[in-house]
Write a protein that binds this ligand. Structure first.
Ligand code: FE2
Ligand code: FE2
Length: 135
């Protein structure tokens, strides 16, 4: 399996978590419970984002100026999502608005990666480079 395929499968798993979080938000789960559960989503999203940055963004950005610009846009979203999760963790404020923004931003971002970044990575880096070697 290629790393881009593995990342797409992770998107599917994360979309399920996002769906459940949006249900909790509409069901008005208590604020402190939302904050606790948001940490689990944060860990899962960040684990994915770090793997994506190391294994796709770094090599792809070195391929061309266009690829570099696209990677920069994607990384900006990773940074923004990390910042929003930091705000969610702040007990002095209501986390709901930031959580809705995270869910919306992340959903849009996954689609952009699947339709733009991953196909570009497969074209420029090649299947052999992206293949996951279990050694
Ligand atoms: Fe990403
Ligand atoms: Fe991703």
């Amino acid at each position: 399996m290629k790393i881009t395929e593995a990342l797409e499968i992770e998107h599917e798993l994360l979309r399920n978590m996002i769906e459940v979080m949006s249900q909790w938000l509409t069901e008005s789960v208590a604020t402190d419970k939302l904050r606790e559960r948001a940490v689990m989503l944060q860990v899962a999203i960040d684990d994915h984002a770090v793997r994506e940055e190391e294994q796709v963004f770094v090599p792809l950005a070195a391929c061309s100026n266009t690829a570099h610009e696209l990677v920069n846009l994607m990384e900006m979203v990773h940074v923004e999502v990390r910042d929003l999760f930091d705000q969610v963790a702040n007990p002095a404020r209501d986390p709901k608005e930031q959580l809705w923004t995270i869910l919306m931003l992340t959903t849009e971002h996954f689609t952009k990666e699947e339709t733009g970044v991953f196909p570009m990575a497969e074209k420029l880096l090649g299947a052999e480079f992206l293949e996951i070697h279990n050694t």
